[in-house]
Design a binder for this molecule. Structure first.
Ligand SMILES: [Zn+2]
Length: 284
């Protein structure tokens, strides 16, 4: 199940306007290939490997946008990998225009070629299948697609999954607050660690936050007490009795298990801050 279309005889090449790089999941290697459409294995499903759109032809023609709900009957569960796609971002393209000057300011640390735009399915808190998006570092694009595919298969609830630019406020840190309050899962945002001048792993697209309003991050005072004044009332109560709270990530949680097994550290195990929403790639 971990393959990209490789049999050219079974693929149709798209026109020049849609030439994109796609992510090969096998071995987490990224490969640059011309965009191809595999011939449908079943008459009812045609999946286009375009990270910007999940197109499924089923008694009609559907183009899904981020946030759209998707009728499960329209999915081919034998080929789930095909709904978890990644693409390069090219200066001037639609994704670049959405992020430039926001999560991707002019900077010397992160080249646009080192980022990948992912389109993924997820199951929301109401059990609906939705189309989500995320930008991560190319280094972790394959492993991220793999983890989120497994979360989807397990119907792991994720509240929301959009680019942080959809919540853009004054700067990276105020925007992070807005995205967290919207319970939005996200990764790349060129910013510092809140309250410090240190570059966040999010600035390199090497950290992923999941269900952040249900999984707050909180700094400790010198005496070990939590700086609760940084949090809203909802977040404060989400720090208590986490083992019995819905959507609270703990070590018993599937996201914790998949991310840590794949080579991420969990912020919930940190000393200061405690960052329950945060999974960070170890091999930076
Ligand atoms: Zn984080």
């Amino acid at each position: 199940m971990k393959q990209v279309p490789k049999n050219v005889g079974q693929a149709i090449t798209l026109g020049v306007a849609t030439v994109l790089s796609i992510v090969g999941i096998a071995g987490y290697q990224l490969s640059h290939k011309e965009l191809v459409i595999p011939r449908p294995p079943f008459q009812q499903a045609v999946v286009v490997h375009d990270a910007r759109k999940v197109q499924i032809k089923y008694l009609g023609n559907g183009w899904y946008n981020v946030g759209d709900t998707i009728d499960e009957e329209m999915l081919d569960f034998q080929q789930l990998d095909t709904y978890f796609t990644g693409a390069s971002i090219v200066e001037g393209d639609a994704i670049y225009k959405r992020i430039y000057g926001k999560s991707y300011p002019t900077n010397k640390a992160v080249d646009i070629n080192n980022l990948r735009y992912l389109k993924m399915l997820y199951v929301d808190y109401d059990g609906a299948t939705r189309c989500g998006e995320m930008i991560v570092n190319a280094k972790i694009a394959g492993v991220t697609l793999d983890i989120f595919r497994q979360l989807f298969e397990a119907k792991y609830p994720i509240a929301r999954m959009e680019l942080i630019d959809n919540f853009w406020d004054t700067d990276g840190n105020t925007t992070d607050q807005a995205s967290m309050h919207a319970n939005n899962a996200s990764s790349f945002c060129y910013r510092t660690i809140a309250g410090t001048s240190e570059q966040s792993a999010h600035a390199l697209g090497l950290a992923i936050d999941i269900n952040p309003h249900d999984n707050p991050y909180v700094w400790k005072n010198k005496d070990g007490s939590l700086k609760l004044e940084m949090l809203d009332a909802y977040e404060q109560q989400m720090l208590e009795d986490r083992e019995h709270k819905a959507h609270a990530i703990t070590e018993a949680d599937l996201a914790y298990q998949l991310f840590t097994k794949a080579g991420f550290d969990w912020g919930g195990n940190w000393d200061n801050p405690l960052d329950y929403q945060h999974f960070e790639w170890k091999n930076q």
